[in-house]
Design a protein around this ligand. Structure first.
Ligand SMILES: [Zn+2]
Length: 212
């Protein structure tokens, strides 16, 4: 087993932050990404608060413990760090978390309806419909716990009037899920503009867990 490379992990987080802007999932300083440090109990890398991604370097990524105390790094962690920590506590299967604020996923949050399975890969990645966490301020543990209740064992949840959170056992998968949700959210909006009953897929009856 290769040892965990902290420098490489910081760079990987930054790369996906930049990609989130490229894909139109984030703008300004919004969104945040974190990674559970393997082999170390309760250490997490997370993006800093209030810093534009295109001005960020890998060294700006902050290392925190399970209480959000900074262990290493020049900044305060993201204001939503306690939400990330709640997910890591509740979901031992999760190694990476991506929070973005994409337009089409947010449309469904504002309407208050789950993003149903319009596209097969989204359904596989998310493990079914993406539920909506009702609006609340997202800078505290109570929000994180309530959001985990809404998300259950799925890999995505929309925060009403705010954004999207996806999880995975690595950063690539968590990011792919964000992209897939936004794409499906966009298709669903178009489909619903012409019919109240678009054809959607159900994860339980799909019978597949790897992407097509
Ligand atoms: Zn946000």
């Amino acid at each position: 087993m290769t040892a965990f490379d902290m420098k490489k992990a910081r760079q990987e987080i930054l790369d996906y932050c930049l990609r989130s802007m490229e894909y139109g999932l984030n703008f300004n300083t919004q969104g945040n990404i974190s990674l559970r440090v393997p082999d170390e109990v309760n250490r997490f890398l997370i993006t800093p608060t209030d810093l534009e991604y295109d001005r960020m370097t890998a060294d700006d990524i902050v290392l925190v413990d399970e209480n959000a105390t900074v262990i290493d790094g020049p900044h305060e962690p993201s204001s939503e760090v306690t939400v990330h920590l709640a997910v890591y506590r509740r979901r031992p299967d999760v190694t990476a978390i991506v929070h973005t604020e994409p337009v089409f996923a947010n449309v469904w949050g504002v309407i208050g309806e789950p993003i149903t399975g319009t596209l097969v890969n989204m359904v596989i990645y998310t493990k079914g419909d993406v539920p909506i966490m009702p609006f609340a301020l997202s800078n505290n543990t109570a929000f994180g716990d309530a959001m985990c209740d809404v998300m259950g064992d799925k890999n995505a949840v929309v925060w009403a009037n705010h954004g999207l959170l996806t999880v995975g056992d690595n950063l690539r998968d968590a990011f792919k899920t964000s992209v897939a949700v936004e794409s499906a959210a966009r298709v669903l909006l178009h489909a619903r503009s012409v019919t109240d009953k678009p054809i959607v897929l159900d994860f339980e009856t799909l019978g597949i867990t790897t992407s097509l």
